[in-house]
Write a protein that binds this ligand. Structure first.
Ligand SMILES: *Cc1c(COP(=O)(O)O)cnc(C)c1O
Length: 752
């Protein structure tokens, strides 16, 4: 969730997220500070290789996939635009697990990313704050009180977030859980000192590990603790800063009201509640990131009651007032009340968190046009009927600093030669490249940069994994979290089909292809792990068949993560974006590939729709059902057997999997995976020059997908803040330094 505290010029933006998928920091810092060339040179003079040094840094893998990476791109854009913005999250001791492939299966290893220390962070014990859990609600003279709680301390660690060449540094503040020194020693555990000290782990486990699910709600108590921990610590921190900037420090409003007599107090409490709800709504904005039902958070009431008893009462009261309002507007519409309630009855009673977010915010947005339409007209239709003006779209984006300058310097330089360097801060200028679509020299240069990137990636694979691939083959890349809706299984059926075509007719010309699939499966997601096993099994057969030779290779790319994305994306020819229409909210991987000169094969889903709009549908390979087709088919009833009976090549592929062709030692291994398939027809490219022209048209059309554009839209339409004009002072003049009282100066003194 997002929010801004205060409106207009003095506002600060606070971005709260359970995930910040930052990746490495060294090269990004050098680029944003304009020091990269100087550092390269200095390191070279020392007889060292800077790329080798950069490769030693651990990824900060405090995220699962797109959502966490979006938070990281937004931090870069907010700093680059000079917004006074803070990222708030959890300093997990263990980030997303490291994926190993053993005998074709995924095996997880703990990500002990702090083992060698983290030079980019600074602990700030002076800003430590208490967070309360459990306890009970007591009736007192001055109202209801939450008492007998267990306290966990939130210790902040700050990491600088430099803007691109603008003398601005924002802060990412991540909370680490610490047990108070008297933890467990006050009451029941007195006498067992050793056990009490050992039990400090119970409190400190809150920030131990990132939950490894992407687009899936697991409903574990520890996860709810993590969510409340980051929110409670952050809100206290924000309000502390607000008070310091407005009044110096003052006593709280609560202490003033507590001095009133009871009756007056009752009336005032009502007033304060109304006022608080109004401030809440004007402060918060809710971004929805998925409509998959299995991903939406619905916390069991019993769990919330145990962990946060007073909060549950308040949620009930909020629900009562909300439903009263709905009932007044739609009399006698019981079913609508049931649908719109914050509390879902029937079976386990649950709190629908999306509903709570919608009614508690002044704006609700989706992350691509098609997704925002679904949010407004389907998933939260009733809420849009109640308050249509709340609902908006903000199409996602990526930072061109990391996803072009950093990862693809060859292409970045080529572009700068043609249109200058200003495009880095205004990516819409890429449209100027359109002039060069028919420029033979430019075409050759673009294709040469791609070829160099492919050779470099092939060398990396050979060095690190001892696998040899042919850099003149087409690199067909499908990297993202493994998920049924992302359709890695369909890709696999296509690989088998290509294999069978080669085997059936070995003399027929075939565009040599290296299919690269990579991504982590959530450790508890059985089907996703089976899909990985199928891909490695198919790879084993295809890669060792002498009839196939160099024409087709299948690589499962181990441990896909931010630093590996930076290597594989610039080397890609064909980007696989093939989710079932209506399931991928936006996608951001699709944008990274487009900007780096890959062509997209994809469905009309998420931001692919807008990529096709920008580049022209003829410059992507769009295939498959549109969202209307999916809806119709759902109504009609989907029958997989029909496709199997109708399409002989599909039938063959499935029969082979079923018969154990790819798993001779265990013929029934993939039987269950097969029950999940859906099928589509694909189109293939051929001609080299025409290909590169399409690539240039895509790069020229990718300007919209800068996260700078996304952030400007949030700032204008939701936060009501203005990006500040940062004036860059001459190097030796004293600089303004931001502190709690000076929100418009975001410059912090940071020792790097
Ligand atoms: C961008 C990115 C993602 C998101 O990719 P999608 O294709 O949009 O799902 C996931 N993981 C990493 C490491 C990324 O860099």
């Amino acid at each position: 969730g997002w929010f801004t505290f205060l409106g207009s010029r003095e506002a600060r933006v606070y971005y709260l997220s359970l995930e910040f998928y930052m990746g490495r920091t060294l090269q990004n810092t050098m680029i944003n500070l304009g020091l990269q060339n100087a550092c390269d040179e200095a390191i070279y003079q020392l007889g060292l290789d800077i790329e080798e040094l950069e490769d030693i840094e651990e990824d900060a893998g405090l995220g699962n996939g797109g959502l966490g990476r979006l938070a990281a791109c937004f931090l870069d854009s907010m700093a680059t635009l000079g917004l006074a913005a803070y990222g708030y999250g959890i300093r997990y001791e263990y980030g997303i697990f490291n994926q190993k492939i053993r005998d074709g299966w995924q095996v997880e290893e703990a990500d002990d990313w702090l083992r060698h220390g983290n030079p980019w962070e600074k602990a700030r014990p002076e800003y430590m704050l208490p967070v309360h859990f459990y306890g009970r609600v007591e009736h007192t003279k001055s109202g209801l009180k939450w008492v007998d709680t267990q306290v966990v301390l939130a210790l902040p660690y700050d990491t600088p977030v430099p803007g691109y060449m603008n003398n601005t540094v924002n802060t990412m503040r991540l909370w680490s859980a610490r047990a108070p020194n008297d933890f467990n020693l006050r009451d029941f555990n007195v006498g067992d000192y050793i056990q009490a000290v050992l039990d400090r782990n119970l409190a400190e486990n809150i920030s131990r590990v990132l939950y490894p699910n992407d687009n899936f709600f697991e409903g574990k108590e520890l996860r709810l603790k993590q969510e409340y921990f980051v929110v409670a610590a952050t809100l206290q921190d924000v309000i502390r800063r607000f008070k310091a900037s407005k009044f110096g420090s003052t006593e709280s409003i609560r202490t003033i009201f507590e001095s009133f007599p009871d009756q007056v107090n009752h009336a005032f409490h009502f007033l304060i509640n109304v006022l608080a709800w109004d401030i809440t709504k004007r402060t918060f904005a809710y971004t929805n990131h998925t409509v998959l039902p299995e991903a939406l958070e619905r916390w069991p009431v019993d769990l919330v009651e145990k962990l946060l008893p007073r909060h549950l009462q308040i949620i009930y009261e909020i629900n009562q007032r909300h439903l009263d309002k709905v009932a007044a507007l739609f009399p006698n519409d019981i079913d609508r009340l049931r649908r719109m309630s914050l509390i879902e009855e029937g079976g386990v009673k649950r709190i629908n968190m999306a509903h709570l977010c919608i009614i508690g915010s002044h704006a609700v947005n989706g992350v691509a046009k098609i997704h925002s339409d679904i949010v407004k007209t389907q998933v939260f239709k009733d809420f849009a009927e109640l308050e249509p003006e709340k609902f908006q779209n903000k199409t996602n984006g990526i930072t061109p600093r990391r996803w072009l300058l950093l990862c693809n310097p060859g292409l970045a330089e080529l572009i700068a030669e043609k249109i200058g360097e200003d495009y880095v801060k205004d990516l819409s200028q890429l449209i100027k490249l359109h002039k060069f679509v028919n420029d033979d020299i430019f075409i050759r240069e673009v294709s040469k940069v791609k070829q160099e990137n492919k050779v470099k990636f092939a060398q990396y694979l050979e060095k690190e994994y001892k696998v040899k691939i042919n850099p003149s083959s087409m690199f067909d890349v499908h990297v993202k979290r493994i998920h049924e809706y992302k359709r890695q299984l369909m890709n696999c059926l296509h690989i088998i089909t290509m294999y069978n075509r080669i085997k059936r007719n070995p003399m027929k010309p075939f565009v040599p292809r290296t299919v690269i699939i990579g991504g982590k499966a959530a450790p508890g997601y059985h089907m996703a792990k089976m899909i990985i096993r199928l891909i490695t099994a198919v790879g084993h057969v295809v890669n060792n068949d002498p009839v196939v030779g160099n024409k087709l290779k299948v690589i499962f790319l181990e441990n896909y993560r931010v630093s590996l994305a930076e290597k594989v994306i610039p080397a890609t020819d064909l980007s696989e974006q093939i989710s079932t229409a209506g399931t991928e909210a936006s996608g951001t991987g699709n944008m990274k590939f487009m900007l780096n000169g890959a062509l997209t094969i994809g469905t009309m889903d998420g931001a692919n729709v807008e990529m096709a709009e920008e580049a022209g549908e003829e410059n992507l390979f769009i295939f498959g059902m549109r969202i209307q087709d999916v809806e119709e088919l759902d109504k009609k009833g989907y029958n997989a057997q029909e496709y199997y009976d109708k399409l002989p090549e599909l039938k063959q592929a499935i029969d082979q999997i079923k018969s154990g062709f790819f798993s001779p030692k265990q013929p029934d291994l993939f039987n269950e995976a097969l029950s999940a398939f859906k099928c589509c027809d694909l189109v293939y490219p051929q001609n080299a020059k025409e290909w590169t022209k399409m690539v240039i048209r895509n790069i020229a059309a990718s300007g919209k997908f800068s996260s700078d554009r996304t952030i400007k839209e949030y700032a204008r339409d939701i936060w009501n803040v203005e990006p500040s004009d940062i004036k860059i002072p001459p190097p030796n003049e004293p600089r303004d330094v931001a502190d709690d009282k000076n929100p418009n100066c975001t410059t912090q003194q940071v020792k790097l």
